[in-house]
Write a protein that binds this ligand. Structure first.
Ligand SMILES: *Cc1c(COP(=O)(O)O)cnc(C)c1O
Length: 377
């Protein structure tokens, strides 16, 4: 009998990707970094491909190699590399690699020669996020080096790309500014003879709300998992993850009883406490102490007192709740149940962090849906 579990509805992932695929003429790269945002990278990747994604996106080379080792042979882009990574392994595995510095282009040339195969490269332009990517000032030198390496046959510039600052606010002026900067960067690339097959800048929010940003390829992550990047809009997406546990113990306690570490919660009247075996080691944010919503016995409750490493306590009043009953922390929100968005609000974070945290080793992930059959294969 399961005690706590994270259920993943792979059909939801497939259908969310299909929804985005239907909304664009661009190809879809499903972003499966961070262990598929906590949903499991490989099953999520397979479900996304079943939904029409033709690319997979990851942050690190190692994540890309895991996809290849599992036999996934679709185009994969990995975009975050410190100097000295085993890039030749990525080149050998046919993984597309991002580059935005002269140092990395040099390393890719070396890697390509060692692998005796052209490196497939996406040049990244920083259009304002000030994270990865070449600045506008660095861009011409990066293009010049890339054009030379391409002429020498060492690299194939497959893509030019960038990333948004605030596309979760689709009308934010930075979106227009960045699109203009991206268009400028593409024009400069053309002057260096670089006309990539794939120009891409759209994450989930821009995929859903800014069709003018789609270009040749869109890179949705969070939306594949059914969570919306844009506050107050769901876009027809269905959340794929449900986190739940069976009550381990119940007890009657008097009014004025302090609950959990530090006694930050006191019962108002004689009541029943229910112990739920999920804690911060499993992904429950401690910041949601006295705030996180849990569905139990047909009602929504709040965590009473501090979230512990392994458990939380609920004050259920005089309701009939017994050990073994199922407490749902979050799920698709059917029948008014709490969602990852509700937990994000309770913990002062974003839905991305909530689901990604629930990838711990302790709680088994259980895969549901027709897509699970294909995903298991
Ligand atoms: C994580 C990430 C994405 C996906 O972002 P979402 O907001 O989850 O859609 C796309 N591109 C890059 C570069 C990323 O790091």
């Amino acid at each position: 009998m399961w005690q706590a579990e994270v259920r993943i509805d792979l059909d939801a992932i497939r259908d969310n990707v299909a929804l985005m695929r239907a909304g664009t003429t661009a190809e879809v790269m499903a972003v499966v970094k961070g262990d598929g945002y906590g949903h499991g990278m490989l099953p999520s990747a397979r479900a996304a491909l079943a939904g029409g994604a033709t690319w997979l996106g990851v942050a690190t080379l190692e994540e890309g190699l895991v996809l290849r080792r599992a036999g996934l042979d679709v185009p994969v882009l990995a975009w975050l590399h410190s100097p000295g990574q085993a890039l030749h392994e990525g080149v050998t595995a046919g993984i597309d690699l991002s580059a935005s510095t002269l140092g990395l282009i040099d390393e890719l040339v070396t890697a390509a020669r060692r692998a005796e195969r052209q490196a497939r490269v996406h040049l990244k332009l920083d259009t304002g996020l000030s994270r990865g990517g070449a600045t506008a000032a660095e861009w011409p030198a990066v293009l010049e080096a890339a054009a030379k390496a391409q002429a020498d046959g060492d690299i194939d510039v497959v893509g030019v790309w960038s990333h948004f600052i605030s596309s979760d606010l689709p009308d934010d002026p930075t979106v227009d500014h960045q699109l203009a900067a991206f268009a400028d960067g593409l024009a400069v690339a053309e002057r260096y003879g670089i006309n990539p097959r794939y120009r891409h800048i759209a994450n989930s929010a821009a995929t859903l709300a800014r069709p003018d940003a789609h270009y040749d390829l869109v890179r949705p992550g969070i939306a594949c998992y059914g969570l919306s990047p844009v506050a107050g809009r769901q876009f027809g997406l269905r959340p794929a993850m449900t986190a739940r546990a069976r009550v381990a113990q119940t007890k009657r306690v008097p009014a004025g009883q302090g609950v959990s570490y530090g006694h930050t919660y006191y019962t108002e009247r004689e009541t029943t406490l229910a112990l739920v075996p999920l804690g911060y080691a499993d992904g429950v944010p401690r910041a949601a102490s006295n705030a996180g919503p849990v569905q139990l016995g047909g009602k929504r409750r709040r965590v009473a007192g501090r979230v512990c490493m392994d458990q939380i306590v609920l004050d259920v009043g005089d309701d009939e709740v017994a050990a073994g009953d199922v407490a749902t922390l979050f799920g698709p929100g059917d029948d008014g149940g709490p969602t990852a968005d509700d937990w994000a609000e309770a913990a002062g974070t974003i839905n991305y962090e909530i689901v990604t945290r629930f990838g711990s080793m302790r709680v088994p992930r259980v895969y549901d849906g027709d897509a699970a059959t294909g995903a298991a294969a």
